[in-house]
Ligand binder design. Structure first.
Ligand code: AHG
Ligand code: MN
Ligand code: MN
Length: 340
């Protein structure tokens, strides 16, 4: 670096410029997907501002409503939902949205829009009030119904392998957006004074193995035998237990450092808690693009057939070797059950 450069260090690649450059890699791309990613980035900046202010103004805390899963909605859940839906409506590329916060599909009115979106606008909402990292997760599909009409349930319930892009935003010690369009995973860190995301984590590759396991062990009484044995195995290996309770934050740490995140089916909740369309599938797409793996314990997450908008599924996601080891324990349990 010469003296002249040292006077003013380059700020790096902005998300907008990165998206534009990537678009040039696809000769027939019309720019709609790029615009859609920019819509997400814009809404996430606004949500980031609301989250940062939440300690100061009366937006933290319960809103008094319950969402479709019967969980208490937080004010920031509602705010984030409104912000993302509005950005997607105004952007014009999306015909239909499914959101954790809305029981029915949301028709944006953009019947010419070629894409459908599934979104968890605010993930980890129990952590809002206590200043712990939270996130947003999104998944993008090309519609299968013809343009000019409203999007259909068929558009919204495609298998995860059909995703054209997926990403998440983590509102943490810094705010980051991480996404894939099926050509690797890139992470961008928000620079609040400039109001821009900058490329900070190019081509993220997750380690093949790690030494962290993340699961809510408070529910272990209800784990299956295979699951109990796998957790015992993690302890024998001297892995560290890390569980924030915000999927995005637990996933992000394990993606960068190696590890496994699990939300298994239990005798109490046979399909676990997490939702296929806007939690498991987008993160499964990202983890695979980063060289990792995601399954329901037996089958690849991305190949699970959706049957309901808000369906839940067990998930084992993270470093490939760790997910495969967990699958081994669960398969052994199935064999024992068959033999009995
Ligand atoms: P959400 O806030 O979108 O409802 O998601 C909460 C999810 C996920 O973020 C987290 O990993 C999981 O719930 C924690 O659940 P438990 O408290 O049952 O472990
Ligand atoms: Mn969630
Ligand atoms: Mn949520």
């Amino acid at each position: 670096m010469d003296n002249h450069d040292k006077l003013a260090l380059p700020v790096g690649t902005t998300l907008d410029r990165f998206i534009m450059r990537k678009q040039e890699d696809f000769p027939y791309a019309t720019g709609e997907l790029s615009q859609l990613l920019r819509d997400f980035a814009l809404a996430s900046k606004i949500v980031n501002r609301e989250i940062n202010r939440s300690g100061l103004i009366d937006v933290a805390g319960a809103y008094g409503n319950r969402n479709v899963q019967g969980e208490e909605q937080q004010k920031l859940d509602v705010i984030a939902n409104i912000r993302f839906i509005r950005a997607l409506r105004n952007g014009g590329e999306v015909c239909t949205i499914i959101s954790e916060e809305d029981e029915e599909m949301i028709q944006t009115g953009n019947v010419q829009g070629k894409y459908v979106v599934a979104i968890d606008p605010l993930d980890g909402s129990s952590n809002i009030d206590v200043n712990v990292s939270i996130g947003t997760i999104f998944s993008i599909y090309r519609r299968v119904s013809p343009t000019g009409t409203e999007g259909t349930a068929q558009d919204c319930m495609q298998t995860g392998t059909h995703q054209v892009a997926a990403g998440y935003v983590i509102y943490g010690s810094s705010t980051m957006m991480v996404y894939t369009t099926g050509n690797g995973v890139n992470g961008f860190t928000y620079e609040p004074s400039l109001g821009e995301f900058f490329l900070s984590h190019p081509n993220i590759q997750t380690p093949a193995t790690g030494s962290v396991y993340s699961v809510n062990e408070g529910t272990s009484e209800y784990f299956s035998e295979g699951m109990k044995k796998y957790v015992a195995h993690c302890k024998e290996q001297n892995y560290s237990a890390r569980y924030i309770g915000s999927l995005v934050a637990d996933f992000h740490r394990n993606l960068l450092k190696g590890g496994i995140y699990m939300y298994p089916g239990t005798s109490k909740v046979p399909n676990g808690k997490l939702r296929l369309m806007y939690e498991c599938n987008p993160l499964a797409f990202i983890v695979e693009q980063a060289g990792g793996k995601s399954s329901n314990g037996h089958r690849r997450t991305l190949e699970l057939e959706p049957t309901e908008l808000h369906q839940r599924c067990p998930v084992f996601i993270g470093s490939t070797e760790m997910v495969e080891k967990a699958e081994e324990f669960l398969a052994a349990e199935m064999k024992t059950a068959e033999a009995e």
